[in-house]
Design a protein around this ligand. Sequence first.
Ligand code: HEM
Length: 412
Amino acid sequence: MTVTTPALDVVDLGDPATFADHDLDAFWRTLRDTYPVYWNPPVDGRRGFWVLSRYNDIMAAYRDDVHFTSERGNVLVTLLGGGDAGAGRMLAVTDGHRHHELRKILQRVLSPRVLSEVAAAVRVNTRQLIREAVEAGGCDFAEQIASRIPMTTISNLLGVPEQDRDHLLAQTKAALSSDAEDVDEVDSEMARNEILMYFMDMVEERRESPGDDVISMLVASSIDGVPLSDEDIVLNCYSLIIGGDETSRLTMIDGVHTLAAQPEQWRRLKHGEVAIDTAVDEVLRWASPTMHFGRSVVGETELHGVQLRPGEIVTLWHASGNRDERIFDRPGTFDLGRTPNKHLAFGYGPHFCIGSYLAKVEIAELLMALRDFTTGFERTGAALPIRSNFLTGFSSLPVRFRPDHSGMKEVD
Ligand code: HEM
């Protein structure tokens, strides 16, 4: 595959192929420097949209729930498709009072204190997977390890039975990203519906025999005295699984891909020269797995001399903001010791990622397991990029691990 630097007017940020076929570094820099409020023109009958590329503008837009709303979708696919079916009910696409109340409910199950058991299970699971892969000499890291960490974690949280997890994982992949070029929006839609139907059955089960999982807790929750409906619960389970699986998975894959290519940074991690938490943040900044989120304008406002009018779509590009030289020193350098590192990977403001703690635990456990059980690793085949205008990363990453025999002797 040839990756080219395109001219400004041939880049269509709505087209998934753009990201697989082009190196956009120069494009983003031009936008940040010259066109901070850029208009991605309509293509083939699809609407045009605004593109914000500077870190400070993205932060300001995330904070501003007066001029912007999430209720007409928060990613290009729904914003361009005319809205999100979960609007006003699913956390990410709900604003105002209801968002505040729903977030309080979900925060109860996603706070560090409540998650301590889930976090302990992440550690055991991650260390076992890495140990097995190191003993085997290598694996497809994306398929055999990264696919199994976030999905197991979210499934534990939601109480999804073991035998259903592979099926659910396949549907999640189809719902959001695509490994193959010929998967279209109809297939994604079907996958999304399948996930929703799966959770509908689970909600019914939990109403009859509640357990101590998130679904049972949601079944018992109400907002302003009105219990959450089956649909509300299903949509928010969907949002946890979609929000929590693929993003963390792609970040881990990118972390291993980058460390395999940057031996000096791996050495710093291996020899304890960088704090794990600091390294996790740089892995997140570097991967920026969600390339954008978006909003619809509800109140006319101006930015850098450009009028943004009600009804228009504004997209906020982490892919650019996390490389903004106005904020980050040497933004194009992967530096595991980077401080400060106020990256945008989890967004900002009222919709700031509610799963950020869990995601950081997963990435930290991965880095610690690699540090303890291997002396190093390298790629043994091509990394296969996903095709999406929302997520970035790889669906396949073959690697060979060199065992750290003294670390492997350790009993967890
Ligand atoms: C929101 C990124 C992991 C669940 C968000 C937002 C971003 C983000 C940027 C803000 C969206 C917006 O403003 O429209 C990420 C990344 C992750 C990750 C990069 C991993 C590396 C997780 C996990 C979960 C999760 C593990 C669940 C356990 C959610 C939910 C929201 C959200 C439910 C909506 C929050 C709200 O609207 O109040 N995430 N996320 N995410 N994330 Fe994550």
